[in-house]
Write a protein that binds this ligand. Structure first.
Ligand code: FE
Length: 198
């Protein structure tokens, strides 16, 4: 893969570990190369649709919302979305509190629900500044919150992921779950935006 870039660069520690582990699993017959490729392709293709469906369900079903806030992993299983070995914590935006997520250490992200993280999420700048000056960072994303709204920033870890449950916007009364899901963006579930009615 490195050679494709024209210049040869030695594998990093983690690349080497990935290759070694993968080759060992294939050699032992635990996995096939095709299965690994399919899983990677599936991960690449995945967008934030699953997360949006979870949010839309929570907006329309108060009992589901209560279960989602109590145990995100289990509630997602109800919709057929497995989050193996991950504790998903769903944090709810209210008129008083706005939540946002970050991984200060690396780029932990609820990929099973949101797909691959955007590049800015992985950037050193976002990771460092989001915890120090969240209000300023959110403003740069175009989200200016009133001073009366408290901002809570949640730092993800390797075994615990967060997802923001945005507030359902006014003017969506009577909407179907599908229509509601269509306005739930990736950024709204990270907490750097809020859903808008077009
Ligand atoms: Fe991380």
């Amino acid at each position: 893969m490195n050679e494709d870039r024209g210049t040869y660069r030695p594998l990093s520690y983690f690349q080497l570990m990935e290759v070694s582990l993968r080759e060992l699993l294939v050699e032992k017959g635990v996995l096939t190369d095709a299965e690994v490729d399919a899983a990677v392709e599936d991960m690449r293709r995945r967008g934030p649709e699953r997360g949006a469906r979870v949010v839309a369900r929570a907006w329309t079903d108060p009992a589901f919302k209560a279960r989602l806030l109590a145990d995100g992993t289990r509630a997602c299983e109800e919709l057929g979305f497995d989050l193996p070995a991950l504790r998903l914590v769903v944090v709810e935006n209210t008129p008083e509190v706005h939540n946002a997520i970050v991984c200060t250490l690396c780029s932990c992200y609820p990929r099973m629900l949101l797909g691959l993280p955007p590049d800015w999420y992985k950037s050193r700048e976002y990771r460092a500044r989001m915890v120090r000056e969240p209000r300023a960072v959110l403003a740069e994303f175009g989200l200016v919150l009133p001073e009366t709204v408290r901002i809570r920033v949640h730092d993800s870890t390797a075994d615990m992921r967060y997802m923001v449950l945005p507030m359902r916007p006014a003017g969506t009364e009577g909407w179907s779950e599908e229509r509601l899901a269509s306005i739930v963006t990736r950024d709204a579930m990270i907490g750097v935006a809020v859903p808008k009615v077009a």
